[in-house]
Design a protein around this ligand. Structure first.
Ligand SMILES: [Zn+2]
Length: 426
């Protein structure tokens, strides 16, 4: 079958998975974006005593839709399995907390929110963000699917519903008299497999004249900077502005402003409202549309070279680890983010290559990275063992981490990142 405009592409067409269609527009998915092999669900850090029970590996094969250019993973792992008991507590990241605080200051001022407003955050995690609204006396509500994380929010006095958000939940909330002047979601749009239900649910819940802000990693940056390790099972969709506008438009929402943010390796913050809301569309929208078009994001061909660049990172990272071993140098990791599991599983890196990693989150300490079995300790382990190389696994926080670990230079440690390219930081 020929699709107009794609005849010349050299992307490998994939017809291996019958019935696999785009989660937004239902077009059959024929084009591989990148195939990262398979790995266990990333957030499932493993208890040592469970190591010999075996882990279930799922494919990590991303496709791009030739009709709407949504880059996506199939729903290999059911969201309930991923999110019901979640190991990621937002409050453990200092820079993320600060990002949240600044956002709340900005948006409260911009929208003139006060004690008569109502804010709803989707995927509100442990209340790391809503706490700043509470401090300002602005009523708010979190919706969070992971019961253990929601509990941490409730303990802080932050109203939270334990639920997966979608059209049904939105109708239920509206039925209880809830309407939102501001709906916000940071890194949740990409995490929902039920994209259409999620977006139409936001429209349902939005008060007249209300505003939606959504932050998500920017596909343009992912592609330009080789951020393939941000592809993991709980991260179902990867958006450009052009694609998000298309998704929102179908549900009667319009993006009226957009900001490029440095978070998570480069994110977008879109501002949206009802189509009939009469908002002026800011110049930022046309500017970013043009930037994405000039990078070719509106043509299937642009997605072609990505897999090759990813393969190069694997080769270089494995070479670095092999050289270190040959020279008798010790290598440890810093951080145990979800993205580490993608990187290390894809590159085939285990405890023989990186002896251990450390993480500030007590819930991860004493456990192992999924699939590769690398143990996770508290950060003090670095001071006790003084490794020659420290691989920074959350490369998006590299400056923050290098600063935190400045004292490691005293024993001659050098920092390494694998992405966007393998680099030993001088
Ligand atoms: Zn599509």
């Amino acid at each position: 079958m020929e699709v107009p405009g794609t005849e010349t592409t050299s992307l490998p067409a994939t017809a291996k998975i019958p019935g696999l269609t785009c989660r937004f527009c239902d077009t059959p998915l024929r084009y591989t974006f990148v195939d990262l092999g398979s790995s266990p669900p990333c957030q499932n850090v493993v208890l040592p005593e469970d190591l010999n029970k075996g882990e279930v590996f799922y494919p990590l094969h991303a496709f791009v839709c030739e009709a709407c250019y949504l880059v996506q993973l199939d729903e290999y792992v059911k969201p309930a399995a991923i999110f019901t008991e979640y190991a990621y507590f937002s409050s453990y990241s200092t820079s993320w907390l600060e990002h949240a605080r600044q956002y709340v200051d900005m948006i409260a001022e911009r929208l003139g929110l006060d004690e008569n407003s109502h804010v709803v955050e989707l995927a509100s995690n442990d209340g790391y963000l809503l706490q700043w609204f509470i401090e300002k006396g602005i009523p708010c509500l979190g919706v969070e699917p992971a019961a253990n994380v929601a509990e941490a929010a409730l303990e802080k006095g932050i109203p939270t519903r334990v639920a997966f958000f979608g059209e049904d939940e939105a109708l239920e909330m509206v039925g209880e008299g809830i309407k939102a002047d501001l709906i916000l979601g940071n890194n949740v749009l990409a995490h929902t497999p039920y994209l259409n239900s999620f977006v139409s649910g936001m429209k349902t819940l939005l008060a007249e004249g209300g505003t939606i802000t959504m932050e998500f990693p920017h596909l343009l940056r992912l592609m330009q900077e080789n951020q393939f390790d941000t592809i993991y099972h709980e991260h179902f969709s990867y958006f450009s502005l052009l694609t998000v506008e298309r998704v929102f438009a179908r549900h009667g929402l319009v993006v009226f402003d957009v900001e490029e943010l440095p978070t998570h390796g480069g994110s977008l913050r879109v501002f949206a409202a009802r189509h009939d809301g009469g908002r002026d569309i800011q110049a930022s929208v046309a500017r970013l549309q043009a930037k994405e078009r000039s990078a070719g994001l509106d043509r299937i061909d642009a997605y072609r070279d990505f897999a090759e660049a990813v393969g190069e990172v694997r080769t270089n990272f494995r070479n670095f680890l092999a050289d270190a071993k040959r020279e008798g140098r010790t290598v440890a990791g810093y951080g145990a983010p979800a993205k580490a599991a993608t990187l290390l599983n894809y590159c085939g890196v285990g405890p023989d290559d990186i002896a251990y990693t450390v993480d500030r989150s007590p819930r991860k300490q004493g456990k192992r990275l999924p699939g590769v079995g690398i143990p996770i300790f508290a950060p003090e382990k670095l001071d006790q063992t003084r490794p020659d190389y420290i691989v920074i696994l959350p490369w998006n926080l590299r400056d923050e981490i290098i600063e935190q670990l400045a004292h490691a230079r005293k024993w001659g440690a050098r920092f390494v990142v694998a992405i966007p390219r393998v680099e030993i930081i001088p």
